[in-house]
Write a protein that binds this ligand. Structure first.
Ligand code: SF4
Length: 368
């Protein structure tokens, strides 16, 4: 047997989805790092296994979650982010509630049964209350599930939004390394973010988090730690995507740790699916930025099961570029909704009929 074949055999002895990961954290770390180190010749098999686990646990139907980037105002200054407060090269905007509602009313007709409302982090009593009112109106006037992604907030604000009808919340931890987290987030505390996730879970909200792949200096072990933190948090949804340096940030000259081997972005995705078999994992837009025209399709065949079409009105899109080369900035919501259906058809998948709630809460909701 060649060394490569032996390596391959070794790797796939240990590739068993999810629950069979060793419990001890060092052993789990070694196992996941082993998947990430798969020799290139074994990657096709890793991808096929991730795809098989995705099909067995999540099915072939693809939940569509339309994202409305309703404001690019942000009080924070995260080192990697294109809409950080010190970026003066942007026209700042906040969509009026009626305009957001107008898009939301059309989404079910596009097959998008979830609206994801995303913005920078701008805590204010008045803004938080307005957002709660908007959630109520969307729940009253449309059949959509509502996901929010607006950053760290205190428990009472999350509880209020939950009361208004919020179903889910996305809050990425970005890195499982507390020191790196601190440096990226103006001295911020990773534990505080994790506490927000725990609070949301305790309030009965479906919780999503995730991380960037390839922050400078990332090792296979550090990437394994990110994946294992997702597993430990028992997330309902996990969003990951390559770190793409933004020229308007202090990280303009940083290099993605896997820049010379971008297929690693899919290797990480496949390993994530194996470690977290029951999570909704979107094919994030950043994959299309690195692999134009095919990144999200490939992601859907290598472990991802959700698509998030951009439903932000075209006139705002150029001002919501968290990273460069973001796709679809010249399209509008209707065009993106048509495009996603064609893309799914081309890879033999169909949009899901329902909102695609978490597997962990479907029983309680009486859904399939
Ligand atoms: S990552 Fe979020 S909180 Fe940080 S600067 Fe960007 S929008 Fe603001």
């Amino acid at each position: 047997m060649s060394i490569e074949m032996e390596e391959k055999k070794e790797l796939f002895f240990s590739v068993e989805a999810g629950n069979s990961l060793p419990a001890a954290s060092e052993a789990a770390r070694a196992t996941v790092a082993g998947w990430l180190r798969a020799p290139r010749a074994s990657r096709a098999e890793l991808f096929a296994r991730a795809d098989a686990v995705r099909r067995a646990r999540m099915g072939d139907a693809v939940p569509l979650r339309g994202i409305i980037e309703f404001s690019n105002r942000c009080a924070s200054d995260c080192a990697y982010c294109g809409i950080r407060r010190s970026n003066r090269a942007l026209r700042r905007y906040t969509m009026p509630p009626d305009e957001i509602l107008d898009v939301a009313r059309r989404m079910a007709g596009w097959g998008q049964m979830t609206v994801v409302l995303q913005s920078g982090e701008t805590p204010s009593r008045e803004g938080d209350r307005e957002l709660g009112e908007l959630i109520r109106r969307i729940k009253r006037e449309t059949p959509l599930a509502v996901t929010l992604s607006v950053g760290n907030r205190p428990r009472d604000v999350y509880a209020y939004w939950r009361e208004c009808g919020m179903d889910r919340y996305l809050l990425r931890f970005e890195t499982a390394d507390p020191e790196l987290y601190r440096r990226l987030h103006e001295g911020g505390d990773l534990e505080e973010r994790l506490e927000c996730l725990r609070t949301l879970r305790a309030l009965g909200v479906q919780v999503g988090s995730g991380f960037m792949i390839g922050l400078p200096g990332e090792t296979h072990e550090a990437l394994a730690d990110n994946i294992l933190l997702c597993r430990k948090l028992d997330l309902d949804m996990i969003g990951v995507g390559p770190f793409i340096p933004n020229p308007e940030t202090p990280m303009a000259d940083a290099r993605n740790a896997w820049a010379d081997d971008p297929e690693m972005f899919f290797v990480a995705l496949a390993a994530l699916r194996l470690a977290c078999p029951d999570a909704h994992i979107p094919a994030t837009t950043a994959y299309d930025a690195v692999f134009p025209g095919e990144g999200r399709d490939l992601a859907l065949r290598r472990g991802a099961n959700v698509f998030m079409p951009n439903s932000t009105p075209g006139k705002y899109r150029r001002d919501y570029q968290l990273y460069p080369n973001k796709p679809c900035v010249d399209e509008d919501a209707g065009q993106c909704s048509a495009c996603v259906l064609l893309r799914l058809k081309a890879i033999g998948r169909e949009p899901a009929a329902g909102p695609g709630h978490s597997l962990k809460t479907r029983g309680a909701r009486g859904e399939k």
